[in-house]
Structure formats: structure tokens, C-alpha cells
Design a protein around this ligand. Structure first.
Ligand SMILES: *Cc1c(COP(=O)(O)O)cnc(C)c1O
Length: 798
């Protein structure tokens, strides 16, 4: 795929002129991007074809990663990097008078996911290709991605995100690979000539699923895998059945928009339609592929692994059963063995409000045959397990109970592997959340701690650090992330520490320029940049961060001359549109930012930057500029977290509770290079069990905290009276569900320690260095190799 600069320039000019019929110099940034994208796609297409052909020829076992969300970020630079032509293209563009970064920014960031779960899927797709695994993605091509966030008067406003407006240069529509997905209808049974029961499924509402394929380019290895996203359309030739506008709308609606809920269950009919739509389409196309191999059905699990990312694609299980039973004529036992051996499941949450469960009547109306199969799976499960584990335990593991279908239960029973996403999370699943299942199927449970790809999060996001690392320890780490540990040898090298400080400063200046240009906010790049970027959710405790800010505010108000570390608090967070409390917190933070940023008496000792529309692209700007990484969820609530890993890789020091992967980050980086505070997960559990927590008591007995909380109700903060009152009440009157008040003192103590450490430049730079040097194990390349080895049983190609 390599070229030289001259060749590239010629090709680019030609591509541009063929597309737009004038010279690239007169083109808009968008047109310049589209031309470059087209050129790049053309450049990897041969490898793309070759990779797929190879898999088919060798009948290689392939994994299909089913995910309702993918959050890839802009793909231009990532593709260039992985193809090994980033530097060449950058130089060529420059020689043509173009700035690659500017052109790259013209790409729309496809927000086809909410947060961590979708971003994980995209890091995994990159790692699957880059480690040379035969893997495919399967998901939904939403017409509108996650809403665009605006702040108006401090309130979150949601605008539609029409990410396809300039067309999508990366996707290839594959009309000839479309399949029909059927909803509704009547199911009846007849006997065939041999007396075998045959299923008749008639009068269905048929919807065409059209795949759009996007290449997933591996890192310098010639592998180009496929991400397949499905779009709902009216079947060709069937237009007459969709004669009214309403009928046509109904079809379009299925893949129209991503549900903007994160860590929350959305029980609406459209959502389950989406889930079945892409699960069914994916399974159908897999079966179609397998049949071309001409192998016995019993070999299906030796050629295919289907992985379901959370429970959203769980209907893939009864769908595979349906096809094997009704269409291919296998017996129940044959079909069940194949299905279980093929499917594996990742659990992403223990939050009860995020556990998917569908009303039985909804599934029986919408998917009558699938409903029958789920009933039968459930019946057989109960029959088989009751004699072994007793009535009570077995009933707790039932798929259908109280008129509801529990998707996690179906996912566990219908798969051969259940994994959590960090050691602590998996331990909690086994000991508590899924304990009954653990008793039944101990061998199914395993941990796969999440990871991130340093290609995007360091090489692309942080070019300064990348250059500095290459200079200091060579380029090994780029292909083998563990090798970054060599940096530890330089922990006492003053020149290296200074260099690292310069890199960080340059990145902070870049962010400061953004804040000035986009928000008209002046911030001091030498201040400590304290970063919390993630979805707005009560359990993530952005509010605890706010309480700390208000504490500093009061200290400065009491004594403007106090010697306090200058800090810039950076927030990025979207709230689900229906999550009222989270939106109140957004309003509160914006109101406090207004108050603090415009108070000259504070001498610029505190600034608050709440960026609008946080997403992958903003993450790439903010993370390299972070000094402190706020990972302060209530212990036991965050399954893993991945922004913690991205920030660590960029030399931010973590301020953390012992939650999710923070525990493993501490183990890797060592106690001296992280700030740990707060209740442990077992202590939280104990409070929930014994019910003795009393936040009002803490409020009354802690004068420092009381004074801060009173700021919420005494009119100090302008423009947020009702929201601040509600928030106050949630913490003081309604017993503070996430123990903010309990953790407050130890959080302040940890923040005080951080100030002290930051004031000693060598010490801080050493901590940053140790974080970078310890981040290798959190590469998603290793995570994915463990999935491949232990769950999917597939091996890298080369
Ligand atoms: C990594 C990432 C997340 C996940 O952040 P957590 O702090 O782990 O919840 C969410 N959104 C975006 C855009 C990300 O890049």
C-alpha cells in the first residue's frame, strides 16, 4: 500500500479532479477530505478483497462481534496510520499547500454509540485487524447518530446529528448481500411427508436489511477486516405492500436513530425491533456464508464464533436456533449444541436499571416464532436444572418470569462463555449479581479486562508524546505496547522528565487555544488540568468533583491570598435526554462555571471548562492535555472504565476510587503513582445491606461539607435555584444514593496530596512517566488476544 510523496500528489490531484471537475485548490475542506478518503479507500481495497478471499479459501474460523453501538471516531488518520502512509500523505498534502489535520477535521465524527461500550467495540475492531485475527463487526447503520449537544443558558439542548450529510466515504453499500428480516405474522405447525413437524410462519411484515461495509485496516500487516452495518429498507418489488406514508415511515424508523441512553434500559418497542433487526440480519448472513463452505452443521462452531457485546444482540441466540430448526431441519438438541458452542457474551454492568428485560407480550406479538423458541429454551432449562439445584435457585435463573423476558439470563444460558470487563467486576458478577448462574455454570465465567488502542489514543491523539517516546525508547512500543515499560528506566533522568513536561505543556496550550477560540475562555496552560470526561451519570459522581470545586471556591473567598494550586477543571459529558437529574447536574456545573470564571476575586485560581458535545474527537484533544484523570465512581458501580486507561497512557495521574479497572491500574502503576480514596466496594455493599447510611447525619456533623452544600440552597450560585435545591435534597434529604458525602473527606485529602505532588515538578513528571510506562498492559491488542485464545478459539493469521 506504500507510495512515495510524488506519486501520492499526482494521484490526489487526479482523484479530486475526477470527483469534482475542478482543481483541489478551489475545493472546500469537505471536498478535499472526500477526495483523500476516496483515494485511501481505493488504496486498501485490494487488501480488503484479499483478506476476505483468504479467510474463505482457508475456511478460517471467524469471529463476528455483534454490537448495537460502534464509536470509531474520525477514520482518516487512523486508516493512514495503519496503512503506514500517514507521514507520506502529510508531507504530500503540505507540498500541495494543504494541512492534513485541517482536512481530517472535515470528516464527520460518526457518533454511532453512547460512550464506553461503543468505543470499546471500535477499539476491538482495530485490535482484531491489527493482531491479524479473522474478525468482523456487526451492527446498525443509524441514519442519525447520538444527538449533538448544545448549551443554551447552561441547559443541555439536543440537536439531531446528520452524520451522513456529506456522504460517507468509507462505506460500501452491498445491495446483493441484503437479507429479509421478518416481524409479526402467524405461526402454525404442519406435518411433512416423513411425519416431521414443519413450522409455517406466514403473513409477516418483511423488511429488507441492506449491509454497508466499512474496512477495518490492520496496523502495518496487510489485513483489512470488515465492519458490517445494516440499514432497514422496503424490499424491492414489495413496494405495493408499503403504499402509505406511515407504512414506509415504519420501515425507515428501525435504523433511523441511536437510542441516546447509556447504562439505562429502554423498554420501547422500537428498541427491540432494532435489536432483532441487526441480530437476525447478522446471523442470516453468517449462515449463508457457512453454507457456502459445504460442511456438516456440527462444524459450525469450529468455523464461526458470535460474540454479543452486552445483551442488546441476545436475540441472535433464538434467531440462530430458529434458522437451524425451521429452515435447516436440525433437531433441537443439535441446534442447541451448535448455538451454545457458537455464542459468547460480555456483561457490561451490574446496575439494575441497565438490565434488559422485555414484556412477554411485546416479544410474542412482534416475534411470535422467536418467542416460542425462548419459551422452549426456558422450559428445558427449568426441567433440566430443577432436580440438580432445587426449585428456588433454578427459578431465579429463569428466562421468563413475572411476564418478563430477562435478556441476561437468555444470554448466559444460550452461550458457552460469560465475561466481565475488569477483575473486580467479574468478581462481583460471580459472587453477587450472577451468583446463581455461577453456581450452575462455573466454567462459563471468565474475566477480560477492557483495553484501548494506543494507536488512536497515543499515536494519533498525541503526536508530541509519540515523537518523544520514539526518541527516548525507540519505536518497539508501537507494535508491542508492553514495550513501553522500557520508559521506566528513565524515571530519574531529568532531561527526559523535562521533555515530558514540555510535551504536556504543548498539549495543554493546544487545548487552551481551543477553549479560547470556541468558548472565549482564557485558561493558563501552566495550571493543573483536572479532567473528568464521560457520560453524565449519578454513579460516576461528577457531583463529587463539583463539591471539591466549591470547597476551593470557599477557601479562596475566605482568603484570596491563600497559597492554592491553580487548577482548570475540564468537564465533557452528555446526559441522556430523559435523564432529568443528570441534566440538572449539567446546568449546575455550567452555573458554577459562570460564577467562578467571572469572579475576579479568585485571581484565576480556578477555571471551569465544560466543553459542548463531548465525543471521540474532543477526547483526542482533551486527553493529551490532562494532568489529573478523575475516575471517582462509587466503588462497585463502574464495570471497567476505559477513559481511565486512555488518560493514563497520556501521562495523566489518576484520582480514583477502587472501582472497575482502576484497581488494576493501581496494581500496575503502584500506590505512589496514583491517588486512591473512598469506600471500597465491599464496604459499599455492607452499607447497602445493613442500611445504616445516613447522609443527613454527615451533613450535620461536618461543618466544612455543610457550608459547601448550603451554597446550593442559599442563593450564592445565580440562575440555578431549582436545580441546586433538587440536588441538595438528593444528597441531604434522600440519603445520597451514591455516598458522595461519605467519600467527601477522603476525596479532599487525596486532592490535597495531588496539589502537593504537582508543586514538585520532578515528582509530578516522574508520576506521569510511570503512568505512561505502565499503560502497556491496557492495550486492547492484549485484551483481544485473550478473547481469541480463551473464548473464540481463533489464532492470529501471521
Ligand atoms: C472512552 C470514551 C468513553 C468511556 O469513558 P468512561 O470514563 O470509561 O466512561 C466515553 N465516551 C467517549 C467519547 C470515549 O472516548
Amino acid at each position: 500500500m506504500a507510495f512515495d510523496v510524488q506519486e501520492f500528489k499526482k494521484e490526489y490531484q487526479k482523484t479530486f479532479e475526477e470527483l469534482f471537475a475542478y482543481s483541489y485548490e478551489d475545493g472546500s475542506k469537505t471536498e478535499q477530505f472526500i477526495a483523500l478518503g476516496d483515494l485511501v479507500r481505493g488504496r486498501y481495497s485490494e487488501d480488503w478483497i484479499q483478506t476476505i478471499t483468504n479467510y474463505n479459501k482457508k475456511k478460517e474460523k471467524q469471529v463476528y462481534y455483534f454490537s448495537m453501538e460502534f464509536l470509531p471516531g474520525r477514520m482518516l488518520k487512523s486508516n493512514l496510520l495503519n496503512m503506514g502512509i500517514l507521514d507520506c500523505v502529510k508531507q504530500g498534502m503540505e507540498e500541495m499547500g494543504l494541512d492534513l489535520d485541517e482536512v481530517a477535521r472535515a470528516e464527520v465524527d460518526p457518533a454511532l454509540g453512547n460512550g464506553g461500550l461503543g468505543r470499546l467495540a471500535s477499539c476491538f475492531m482495530d485490535s482484531i485487524a491489527s493482531t491479524g485475527l479473522a474478525g468482523n463487526g456487526n451492527g446498525i447503520r443509524y441514519r442519525y447518530g447520538l444527538f449533538k449537544q448544545k448549551f443554551i443558558n447552561g441547559y443541555q439542548i439536543e440537536l439531531p446529528e446528520n452524520w451522513l450529510r456529506n456522504r460517507n466515504v468509507w462505506e460500501v453499500r452491498k445491495e446483493n448481500k441484503a437479507v429479509i428480516v421478518r416481524f409479526g405474522g402467524d405461526v402454525s405447525f404442519t406435518q411433512d411427508g416423513e411425519g416431521k413437524l414443519r413450522v409455517r410462519h406466514e403473513n409477516t411484515r418483511d423488511i429488507l436489511a441492506v449491509p454497508y461495509d466499512t474496512a477495518q485496516v490492520g496496523y502495518n500487516n496487510g489485513i483489512v477486516n470488515n465492519l458490517r452495518l445494516w440499514s432497514a429498507e422496503i424490499p424491492y418489488g414489495d413496494e405495493a405492500r408499503f403504499s402509505t406514508e406511515e407504512q414506509r415511515e415504519e420501515v425507515k424508523r428501525i435504523t433511523e436513530v441511536l437510542y441516546p441512553d447509556d447504562s439505562n434500559y429502554e423498554g420501547r418497542l422500537l428498541r427491540v425491533q432494532q435489536e432483532y433487526f441487526f441480530s437476525s440480519a447478522g446471523v442470516q448472513s453468517i449462515v449463508r456464508y457457512f453454507k457456502r463452505l459445504n460442511l456438516d452443521w456440527s462444524l459450525f462452531p469450529d468455523k464461526i464464533a458470535i460474540h454479543i457485546n452486552d445483551t442488546h444482540p441476545t436475540l441472535a441466540i433464538p434467531e440462530l436456533m430458529r434458522i437451524l430448526l425451521d429452515e435447516e431441519g436440525l433437531t433441537w438438541d443439535q441446534a442447541w449444541e451448535i448455538t451454545k458452542k457458537t455464542v459468547s457474551y460480555t456483561n457490561h454492568t451490574i446496575l439494575q436499571e441497565a438490565m434488559e428485560r422485555w414484556p412477554e407480550t411485546m416479544i410474542s406479538d412482534l416475534l411470535p416464532r422467536i418467542y416460542q423458541i425462548i419459551q422452549e429454551i426456558n422450559r428445558r432449562h427449568i426441567d433440566k436444572k430443577t432436580p440438580l439445584y432445587g426449585e428456588e435457585l433454578t427459578q431465579r435463573t429463569a428466562i421468563i418470569a413475572n411476564g418478563q423476558i430477562k435478556m441476561a439470563n437468555l444470554a448466559i444460558i444460550g452461550s458457552h462463555s460469560v465475561n466481565g470487563v475488569a477483575k473486580l467486576h467479574t468478581d462481583i458478577l460471580m459472587a453477587d449479581t450472577l451468583h446463581d448462574f455461577y453456581v450452575m455454570y462455573p466454567q462459563k465465567f471468565n474475566n477480560k479486562t477492557n483495553g484501548i488502542t494506543q494507536r488512536r489514543w497515543v499515536q494519533i491523539a498525541n503526536e508530541n508524546l509519540t515523537a518523544m517516546l520514539d526518541e527516548t525508547i525507540g519505536a518497539e512500543w508501537k507494535s508491542d505496547p508492553e514495550e513501553i515499560k522500557i520508559l521506566k528506566a528513565h524515571r530519574d533522568n531529568k532531561a527526559v522528565l523535562d521533555k515530558l513536561e514540555q510535551v504536556k505543556l504543548a498539549n495543554k496550550k493546544r487545548f487552551a487555544a481551543y477553549a479560547l477560540k470556541e468558548m472565549n475562555l482564557e485558561i493558563d496552560p501552566t495550571a493543573l488540568f483536572d479532567v473528568q470526561i464521560k457520560r453524565l451519570h449519578a454513579y460516576k459522581r461528577q457531583l463529587l468533583n463539583v463539591l471539591h470545586i466549591l470547597d476551593r471556591y470557599l477557601q479562596l473567598k475566605d482568603n484570596p491570598k491563600i497559597n492554592l494550586q491553580k487548577r482548570v477543571f475540564i468537564f465533557g459529558a452528555k446526559a441522556a435526554p430523559s435523564y432529568y437529574y443528570a441534566k440538572q447536574i449539567i446546568k449546575l456545573i455550567n452555573a458554577i462555571a459562570d460564577m467562578i470564571n467571572n469572579d475576579p476575586a479568585l485571581n484565576d485560581k480556578i477555571k471551569i471548562v465544560f466543553v459542548e458535545n463531548y465525543g471521540v474527537s474532543l477526547a483526542e484533544l482533551i486527553i493529551p492535555a490532562a494532568d489529573i484523570s478523575e475516575q471517582i465512581s462509587l466503588a462497585g458501580k463502574e464495570a471497567s472504565g476505559t477513559s481511565n486507561m486512555k488518560l493514563m497512557s497520556n501521562g495523566a495521574v489518576t484520582m480514583a476510587t477502587l472501582d472497575g479497572a482502576n484497581v488494576e491500574i493501581r496494581d500496575n502503576v503502584g500506590e505512589d503513582n496514583i491517588f486512591i480514596f473512598g469506600l471500597k466496594s465491599d464496604e459499599v455493599q455492607e452499607y447497602y445491606r445493613n442500611g445504616v447510611y445516613n447522609s443527613r447525619d454527615i451533613y450535620e456533623k461536618n461543618p466544612r461539607l455543610k457550608r459547601i452544600l448550603n451554597l446550593l440552597i442559599d442563593g450564592t450560585i445565580p440562575g440555578v435555584e431549582t436545580e441546586a435545591r433538587d440536588i441538595f435534597d438528593s444528597l441531604v434529604m434522600y440519603n445520597d444514593e451514591y455516598f458522595l458525602l461519605k467519600d467527601f473527606d477522603s476525596y479532599l485529602q487525596a486532592q490535597y496530596e495531588a496539589d502537593k505532588a504537582f508543586s514538585d515538578r520532578d515528582r509530578w513528571n516522574r508520576m506521569a512517566l510511570m503512568n505512561i510506562a505502565s499503560s502497556g498492559p491496557f492495550s486492547s491488542d492484549y485484551t483481544i488476544l485473550r478473547y481469541a485464545d480463551e473464548i473464540w478459539k481463533i489464532k492470529p493469521q501471521n
